[in-house]
Ligand binder design. Structure first.
Ligand SMILES: Nc1ncnc2c1ncn2[C@@H]1O[C@H](COP(=O)(O)OP(=O)(O)OP(=O)(O)O)[C@@H](O)[C@H]1O
Length: 273
């Protein structure tokens, strides 16, 4: 059997002097998987990515990426952090942003070779942004900017892509196009995609991890009722917290029963009456 891309065993994590942000985390991500990571604000999703990247270390348990300590496999991992206004306003060109994905891989700081520039152009071409290579990053739309940051994560030629909210502040049309792009990239690399947007589950994900202090793994791309409650609130015995959650071309999804939380869905309740 092939080695897992990510393996987390009994992992716990706390920031300095604080309580545990994550506890009892067990996760195995196989090669070629597309894992959607869902959860409420502050549930620990970004921290989970930082553990996989090796930029923070667990206080208990172990994290291995490609069978090794995460810090030793950085060149095989592409990372797109959650964006904020500061990253948007930084006055640098699209090509410059993409080349930043090579800093660390080169000992020459901001000096890049012709070959490295060609690699950055190829990454921009891959995400459909090559024609914007000389434009300033703050003069792009939200969806265009996200594509450039994906190119920056791709430029080192990773086998594993970690994405933190890549569809945030992208409109519905742009979001569909971005999710299509990620599904295409998944043919060549394993993807872990943190999202507040449930449409990733219907679009390209193969499995789902629900993260809220601990992690529940679902091996199918299915939206369960407790996922909806985790994202949007609601009581286990109360009505479903979301009336309509899919529009347009998204295939019809049935909200499934989750084994972990013993919640009855409405169909079951109806059958019991
Ligand atoms: N550098 C830090 N130092 C101390 N606490 C932190 C730090 N970064 C995050 N936290 C805390 O850790 C918890 C988990 O944060 P994290 O960013 O991982 O959650 P998240 O699920 O990604 O949230 P969101 O969906 O809002 O981005 C939060 O309570 C947050 O305040």
């Amino acid at each position: 059997m092939s080695e897992p891309v990510i393996e987390m065993r009994d992992v716990a994590f706390a920031y300095d002097g604080g309580g545990r942000i994550l506890n009892n985390v067990n996760l195995v991500v196989e090669r070629g998987d597309y894992l959607a990571v869902l959860g409420p604000n502050g549930g620990g999703k970004s921290t989970l990515l930082k553990l996989i990247l090796g930029v923070v270390q667990p206080v208990a348990g172990r994290v291995e990426v490609f069978g090794r300590n995460a810090a030793h496999v950085a060149s095989r991992v592409g990372y797109m952090p959650q964006l904020n206004d500061a990253s948007r306003l930084f006055p640098v060109s699209v090509l410059g942003v993409t080349l930043m994905g090579l800093i660390g891989a080169t000992s020459r700081g901001f000096l890049f070779s012709r070959e490295e520039k060609e690699r950055a152009e190829a990454a921009l071409d891959r995400v459909g942004m090559l024609e914007y290579r000389d434009r300033r990053i703050d003069r792009l739309s939200g969806g265009q900017r996200q594509r450039v940051y994906i190119a920056r994560a791709l430029v080192s030629g990773p086998d594993l892509l970690l994405l933190d909210e890549p569809t945030a502040s992208v409109d519905a049309g742009g979001r569909t196009a971005l999710l299509d792009l990620l599904a295409e990239l998944n043919r060549e690399m394993t993807i872990v995609h943190v999202s507040h947007d449930l449409s990733v589950v219907a679009a390209g994900a193969h499995s789902v991890a629900c993260v809220n202090r601990t992690l529940h793994f679902h091996d199918r791309p299915e939206i369960t009722r407790d996922m909806l409650m985790m994202m949007y609130g609601g009581e286990p015995e109360g009505p479903c917290p979301v009336e309509v959650f899919a529009h347009g071309d998204v295939p019809h999804r049935v909200v499934a029963h989750c084994e972990h939380c013993h919640v009855h869905d409405e169909a079951e309740e109806g059958a019991e009456r």
